[in-house]
Write a protein that binds this ligand. Structure first.
Ligand SMILES: [Zn+2]
Length: 185
């Protein structure tokens, strides 16, 4: 049963970026989504088994941020049609205090306004409105205003430690997800 193809449609009923139960993690390897750096790999079988709504697929998530693909439908978003539902305003100074300094350009002023989108790339307006109507979690949000995503941004790799299988091997840093921070003009 668990191998069955779901009747739920990827990109319509279930966000393209969502993991499915038939997509196990596959360990660590160089990944094109992070220019060949080591990253956590995951099987690609969207639509198989059941959707794991609270888990983004590692590769599709990184690809969505790198290539500005809408996490709902998986298609590219164009400048002017990029909208964030869950991003929140912050500043470069605040992110530096939280330890993200090395990922920000050194010459960026502390007062620079940013839109921290976490792991969620901006959506097409039509996709954002459809998912607000369908997704109970998003529907319950206090602030349902769609925020226009800026035309500039910074991508921050989120590193975790992976333990190689060889005995006594040292843990190596590998990328899990990519965090996206819009830079307000
Ligand atoms: Zn879309």
């Amino acid at each position: 049963m668990s191998e069955a193809t779901s009747r739920l449609k990827v990109g319509l009923d279930v966000p393209w970026v969502t993991s499915w139960s038939e997509e196990p993690q596959l360990g660590v390897g160089p990944c094109p989504s992070v220019d060949g750096e080591l990253a956590i790999a995951q099987a690609e079988k969207p639509g198989r088994g059941r959707p794991l709504y609270s888990r983004n697929h590692l590769f599709r998530q990184r690809k969505s941020v790198r290539e500005m693909l809408c996490p709902m439908c998986g298609q590219p978003t164009a400048e002017g049609d990029r909208w964030s539902q869950t991003g929140h305003p912050t500043t470069a100074g605040e992110l530096r205090l939280r330890g993200f300094g090395p990922a920000l350009p050194a010459d960026m002023a502390d007062g620079q306004a940013l839109l921290n989108c976490g792991a969620i790339a901006p959506l097409h307006r039509a996709c954002a409105e459809a998912s607000l109507a369908r997704c109970p979690h998003l529907g319950g949000m206090e602030d349902k205003t769609l925020k226009a995503f800026p035309t500039a941004w910074v991508v921050i790799p989120l590193w975790v430690e992976a333990k190689p299988e060889a005995p006594h091997a040292r843990p190596v840093p590998v990328v899990s997800f990519l965090q996206l921070v819009g830079v307000e003009g």
